[in-house]
Design a protein around this ligand. Structure first.
Ligand code: ASP
Length: 334
């Protein structure tokens, strides 16, 4: 893409300590490559060859990680939980249905209560925009906050694992054509992944979907909005399918009919032939087989979907280690 990405984080970025280290992970929009590159390299080191036992590290020994998912999650929650265990942390998973929030307690009271139990890292998913940043503004100096999915705004660890997966499988990013296909308008994955691909200088980014599911503006400078699937897939090196985010449609918006969507935009084997013959196929999950992606594509030789899942644990281990080191280096870690 032609337009340059930022090379420095803004001096007042709330994710960073005054000396520029990553303390919270809230959004990738403002984080420069120089901060993200070491994270990806660290994640690479946590990936073990197939058949070997998963990597472990004691970087979080004696620390407590609380997973607070105020919105459903399978993969991300399991991935953060395993990552924290593999980093030797104590792990607390708050059951959302039992949480005090459903009894009217404010999110801040829940956080302060858990902080009083010596939680060091909060992993937060919420359906409202701004909650992770709000929590980050209000926690004690020795505490970090990691965004595990914020409304339709951002999902930074998903984007990092997407980037890691692309980098491990394909030639250098500046040579790649990436097509993200589906409900771009409501997808936090599309937004965060577009941001990080832009920061790392992807060759071409196409945001592909029905006109009603495309945002008014491309998510990042230089990205293209394409409503013709064949054109969007043509010679693409990476094809990422997205689920229709039914839960994020506003009342006035009509949710597309799944059958019609599948007929026009589903990724089938036939349609994938229009992409580069070595293209990889990705999906953040959960998948609706037969809607945005056919089962034989999801399970086929070009699929990198399960690699994304594996890479996700490594990325989350790297993020946990990095923010913990920041707290130690800044003198506020315990
Ligand atoms: N798991 C991803 C997310 O939390 C994608 C999805 O739900 O469709 O945004």
């Amino acid at each position: 893409m032609s337009t340059e990405a930022a090379t420095h984080a803004p001096a007042d970025d709330p994710q960073l300590t005054p000396d520029g280290r990553l303390r919270h992970l809230l959004s990738l929009a403002t984080l420069p490559r120089s901060l993200l590159e070491p994270l990806l390299e660290r994640a690479e080191r946590y990936l073990t060859p197939l058949g070997e036992r998963p990597a472990r590290d004691s970087a979080l020994k004696g620390r407590t990680v609380a997973n607070l998912f105020f919105e459903p999650s399978t993969r991300t929650r399991a991935s953060f939980e395993l990552a924290a265990h593999r980093m030797s942390a104590d792990v607390l998973n708050l059951d959302v249905n039992m949480s005090s929030r459903t009894k009217g307690e404010s999110v801040l009271d829940t956080i302060l209560t858990l902080q009083a139990m010596e939680v060091d890292v909060f992993v937060v998913r919420d359906a409202s925009a701004g909650i992770p940043a709000f929590i980050a503004r209000n926690v004690a100096p020795h505490v970090s906050v990691l965004n595990a999915g914020e409304a339709d705004v951002s999902h930074p660890t998903q984007a990092l694992l997407d980037l890691l997966t692309i980098r491990r499988r394909k030639p250098p990013l500046p040579e790649l054509r990436v097509a993200i296909v589906g409900d771009i308008a409501h997808s936090r994955v599309a937004r965060s992944t577009a941001e990080v691909l832009h920061t790392f200088g992807v060759g071409e980014l196409r945001l592909v979907g029905p006109p009603d599911l495309l945002p008014a503006e491309p998510l990042v400078p230089g990205a293209m909005l394409v409503d013709d699937l064949a054109r969007g897939l043509r010679d693409a090196d990476v094809v990422m399918a997205l689920r229709i985010q039914r839960e994020r449609f506003r009342e006035m918006e009509g949710i597309p009919d799944p059958e019609q969507y599948a007929r026009q935009y589903g990724i089938t084997r036939e349609r994938l032939r229009g992409a580069h013959p070595d293209a990889i196929v990705m999906h953040p999950g959960p998948m609706n087989r037969g809607v945005e992606i056919d089962g034989d594509v999801a399970d086929g030789p070009q699929s990198a979907i399960l690699e994304q899942v594996t890479n996700g644990v490594a990325v989350r281990m790297a993020v946990l280690a990095t923010v913990t080191e920041t707290l130690i280096a800044s003198g506020s870690g315990r």
